[in-house]
Design a protein around this ligand. Structure first.
Ligand SMILES: Nc1ncnc2c1ncn2[C@@H]1O[C@H](COP(=O)(O)OP(=O)(O)OP(=O)(O)O)[C@@H](O)[C@H]1O
Length: 253
């Protein structure tokens, strides 16, 4: 069974007495263990789509389910608990709290879920080792580098063992070395079965995923599968698709 299904998702916004169609008609499914990148020009609706998948926003119409649960029917009061239980998030700007040390930032979603300290420590030890952050756990987010902050943010997202990891420009604020190490981590957790969906402007970042969806005019305009291709060949295909996407212009109507 698919982990995530989106059927005819539409999202409109009304601002200044004008209606903007951010998403016109989006349909796709994601199976457990998939690694999907979402690309598209600025304003194509990527963040809107991610917010709907993250239960931070609701579609105007259409149906979205995670493990069979209808997310559009999820009452607002249950959404935060649902997110903590099922989803992990990695954002471009890390979203770490400077008033907590790194370890407490990582523990936060588990504290909210009332997990025991023993269990939290049991999960953190191997994760911190894998992410090379063991030495900086007692420091504060403002005392570490951008790459380290992103790894702490990734630990916070992964410690809940989410059914779905959602990432918004996860490498956007990182230099190439730190971006490569974050992508290496994503590759690794995906190999272990973690389902990942990430929005990115970077073709290199997208080339790590197994499948890339291109959004344009509020629909899925094009889709690429990596299959058996090398990462370099796949990257070349993604770049070609992006060039074609931009060349054909157009806008949401
Ligand atoms: N809250 C809102 N109110 C009105 N319009 C909105 C709102 N959120 C998004 N939009 C509009 O919906 C469209 C899609 O926006 P969205 O942020 O999803 O695009 P994006 O692909 O993520 O862009 P970028 O790559 O620049 O972040 C844009 O035209 C945007 O102006």
């Amino acid at each position: 069974m698919a982990l995530l299904t989106l059927e005819h998702i539409r999202r409109t916004f009304t601002a200044d007495q004008q209606t903007v169609t951010a998403l016109k008609d989006i349909t796709f499914t994601v199976d457990p263990g998939e690694y999907v990148a979402i690309m598209g020009e600025s304003g194509a609706g990527k963040t809107t789509l991610l917010n709907i998948m993250a239960t931070l926003d609701q579609a105007t119409s259409g149906k979205i389910t995670l493990n069979g649960l209808d997310l559009n029917q999820l009452p607002e009061k249950d959404a935060a608990k649902f997110r903590r239980a099922h989803l992990g998030f990695v954002f471009q700007n890390f979203n770490l709290l400077d008033t907590f040390n790194n370890q407490d930032n990582i523990f936060l979603p588990l504290v909210l879920a009332k997990t025991s300290l023993k269990e939290m420590r049991r999960r953190l030890t191997p994760l911190a080792k894998e992410l090379a952050i063991t030495e900086i756990l007692k420091r504060y987010p403002y005392e570490i580098s951008g790459g380290q902050r992103q790894r702490v943010a990734a630990a916070r997202a992964l410690i809940t063992q989410p059914e779905l990891l959602l990432a918004d420009e996860p490498t956007g604020a990182l230099d190439s070395h730190n971006a490569a190490s974050l992508l290496h981590l994503f590759d690794q957790v995906n190999r272990q079965g973690q389902t990942i969906i990430m929005v990115t402007h970077s073709a290199v970042t997208a080339s790590h995923a197994k499948r890339t969806l291109f959004i344009k005019d509020g629909i899925i305009y094009h889709e690429l599968f990596r299959g058996d291709q090398s990462q370099a060949d796949y990257l070349a295909k993604i770049t070609d698709s992006l060039t074609a996407l931009v060349a054909q212009g157009g806008g949401v109507s």
